[in-house]
Structures are given as C-alpha cells and as structure tokens.
Design a protein around this ligand. Structure first.
Ligand code: NDP
Length: 398
C-alpha cells in the first residue's frame, strides 16, 4: 500500500495510470506529472473511480523533481518519460529517498547508444539508501525477462538458447507511424544489430539478418534480428545461455519509409541550423509524425511477443519451450483508450509497481526484472489483461 508518482504522460503512462487506478486498494494516492500538464489532466479526467493529482515537472531538472517529491511524498516513482530522463530521475530519487521503476534503459540524448552500465552504476547508492530501483519493467524489456526467469525456475536445469520474438501484426491504417515515441523507436531500429554467442557479442548490419517466423494466431511474419537491451542483463543473470538473440517483425511499407527517412538524413540526431534556429532532424520528424498515443482508434490486429528457449529440462533431457502473450489492439483501446504497444508496456509497469507496494518486489539496490521472483508477476499478468500461454517441445524455427 502506498503513494505512487508517475512521470510522463504519453501512451504508456495513459495505460499505466488507468491500470494503477483499477488497483486502488494497493495504490492509495496517485499523481501523474509531466512536461505538459494538460496531458496529465487529460489522463486524470478519464479516471472516475479515484482522484488522480497532476503536476507540471521538467524531469531533466533534479531540483524541480526533488521539490515535487517533497510536496507529494511518493513511496515509488514510476518513470514513463523518455530514456534520456532515467539518470536525472534516479538522482532525484536518491536525493529525496524514494524507490524507482522504469521501462527503458538510459540513453544519452546526443548518442544513439543504450546500455545498462550507467544505471547499474547506481547499485551501491540505492543499496546504501535502502531503496529499490526496478529497471526495464515494460514488455520488452520487462515481461520477456520475467518469462525467462520463470522458464529457468520451473522448466530448465540449463537454459542454452534464448530467442525473444516480437511481432506486431496490427494495422493502424497510417502510411507510416511508430508505435511508441518515434525518436526512441527510430534510433533503436536503425542501429547495428547485435547478438550474444559463446561469451561474445557479434554485430550485424542493421536489419540485415531476417527470416519468416510463425506467430500464434498470426501466421508467418518476416522477423529481423536486432539488438535489444534486455539481452545485456539476461546473459549476465543467466550465464548458462550460449546464444541470445532478439527478433522483431516489420512490414515492407515500414521498412521503405525508414530507408527514405535515413537516406534523406531525417533520422539524424545532430543539430542543424534552420533559418537561424537550431533543430534536430529526428525531433522535427517526431513533431510531424502521428502521435503514437493517438493511433488506437482504428488499430486492428494484435501483437504477439514471447521467448523461445532451448536447453536441458529439469529431467535432464533436451527441451524446447515457448511462452508468449497475444494482445489485441482493439481490446486494449476499448479498455484504456490506447493501442496494444502502449498497453503491453503500461500494464507490466503497473504490475511491477504493485508488487513493490506489496513488498514482493522490494530489495535495496538496482535490479533488472529477472532478478525478482517471477511467480507473482506471472499471476498478475493473467489477471491484469496480458494472459500468457506455453508450448513445449515444438519446433522453435530458430
Ligand atoms: P511518449 O513520447 O508518448 O511519452 C513520453 C512522455 O514523457 C511525454 O508525456 C513527454 O512530455 C514526457 N517527457 C519527455 N521529456 C520530459 C521531461 N524532460 N520532463 C517531463 N516529462 C517529459 O512515449 P511512450 O509513452 O510511448 O513511451 C514512454 C517510455 O516507455 C519510453 O521511455 C519508451 O522508451 C518506453 N517504452 C518501453 C517499452 C517496453 O516494452 N519496455 C515499449 C514501449 C515504450 P510531452 O508530452 O510534453 O512531450
């Protein structure tokens, strides 16, 4: 039981705050604060069962954050702003003395690069302060880490091959749009591919490795190997893994638009002077693209995200295992007013926050989700709208 402060008021926050309000027995007081207060007010106005407070805050400014924490007195800060704000929010949490949860790892604004080292470096300080920091508690990262921990706990003596497969078989009926913040999304997809094999990281040209994979209730979809942040923590926390890869589906139309955006330099993160004003091309592009938070209304189809794992089972024989969730964009929109990608991220963020409040996911230090007990999280997934399914000893196609 406790007071939660959510920072950010985009698509993911819209879902998370609604779900937090649906679990009002655990979250006694709720505040949503972001750069643009009117967006927080809009989220709060849609919630009828409990009062949600709102505030304006610049999450890049530690002093402003600490002042807000002093006035609201949260027990947990849920960071659903952008990865650029992770460190300033963690600094503010330490300065005030409150625990922390996020869904994406830190990325410097001027360098399209993300890795956990920056946030892991806070471990000792959180430990000494007796505070918990839960990193990457969305779907991927997030549920994929919990799935892997659950597989390790209940099905495998030794996990050896892990493939995370992320399919969005939805249609938003726009020529081009990204499903979450366009700047973060395009930075992620255009970087070099990377996977882990036999103790080494191997690189590939961006989206150069691909194959058709079959997704439940969806069928075959071309899936592209790319780097994703949870690979870094999963191979560290499960050292028996010999190979870990991440695959995501993209349609031809999306890839064509992406290629053009890159060819004309609109994905650049370097500032340029335009009519005497400094602008960053990718930030300008974000301003003209559809807002991911508004895609829900006509979104049809579903997402299918899961882990395909091969290794030695509890009985000593080789087994294959597939655990996944399918999420309907239409059902997500009907329930929360947001599309499936915001839903699959916002619900796990709420679950992580709930388990923290209940004392089940609470330990001083900085942790990735797979370092907590997966069982209560898996139970909540079934109850909060993201049910999971298991398949054993099937052809993993990988
Ligand atoms: P949006 O861009 O829709 O929302 C981001 C919000 O953060 C906006 O309300 C924005 O304010 C606010 N914000 C940005 N900068 C600041 C700042 N300096 N101070 C205060 N508020 C700020 O993003 P999404 O909702 O799509 O994504 C939210 C997070 O979730 C991102 O970090 C994203 O990477 C992550 N994510 C994680 C996934 C996972 O599975 N783990 C999947 C999808 C997303 P304003 O409205 O004024 O711009």
């Amino acid at each position: 039981m406790g007071r939660v402060l959510v920072i950010g008021a985009g698509g993911v926050s819209t879902v998370a705050v609604k779900k937090i309000a649906m679990n009002a027995d655990v979250f006694t007081d709720i505040m949503v604060a972001s750069r643009t207060k009117s967006k927080c007010d809009k989220i709060a106005a849609d919630i009828k069962n409990v009062k949600v407070q709102t505030a304006q805050v610049d999450a890049d400014n530690v002093e402003e954050l600490v002042a807000l924490f002093n006035s609201f007195k949260p027990d947990l800060v849920v960071n659903l702003a952008l990865p650029y704000q992770d460190l300033s929010i963690m600094d503010a949490c330490l300065a005030y003395g409150v625990s922390y949860l996020d869904t994406a790892n830190y990325e410097p604004l001027d360098e399209a690069k993300y890795e956990y080292s920056w946030q892991w470096a806070y471990k000792k300080r959180f430990e000494e302060a007796g505070l918990t920091a839960i990193l990457g508690c969305g779907f991927d990262p997030g549920v994929t880490g919990v799935y892997t921990a659950y597989a390790a706990k209940h099905h495998f003596k030794e996990m050896q091959y892990l493939d995370i497969v992320d399919c969005n078989a939805g249609d938003h009926h726009k020529a081009f749009a990204t499903n979450f913040n366009p700047e973060i999304n395009i930075r992620e997809i255009t970087q070099r591919g990377k996977f882990y094999e036999n103790g080494e990281w191997k690189e590939t040209d961006p989206l150069s490795v691909h194959k058709a994979l079959n997704y439940p209730e969806v069928g075959p979809k071309e899936s592209y190997l790319m780097y994703h942040e949870e690979l870094e923590s999963l191979v560290k926390n499960f050292p028996t893994i010999k190979r870990a890869r991440f695959w995501m589906t993209f349609g031809q139309e999306y890839l064509t638009h992406l290629r053009v955006i890159q060819n004309i330099g609109m994905d650049s993160i370097k500032p340029i002077l335009y009519n005497g004003v400094e602008i960053v091309p990718i930030q300008f592009l974000k301003a003209v693209l559809p807002n991911p938070g508004d895609l829900g209304e006509n979104y049809t189809g579903q997402t299918s995200i899961g882990c395909r794992i091969r290794g030695i089972g509890k009985d000593g024989n080789e087994i294959t295992y597939y655990v996944y969730n399918n999420c309907s964009h239409e059902a997500a929109y009907k329930e929360t007013g947001a599309q499936g990608v915001s839903y699959t991220t916002g619900v796990p963020a709420m679950i992580g926050a709930k388990l923290f409040m209940q004392g089940l996911w609470k330990k001083p230090g900085v942790w990735n989700v797979e370092e907590f007990n997966p069982d209560p999280f898996m139970k909540e997934l079934n109850e909060q709208g993201l049910p999971w399914h298991e398949q054993f000893n099937i052809d993993l196609e990988l």
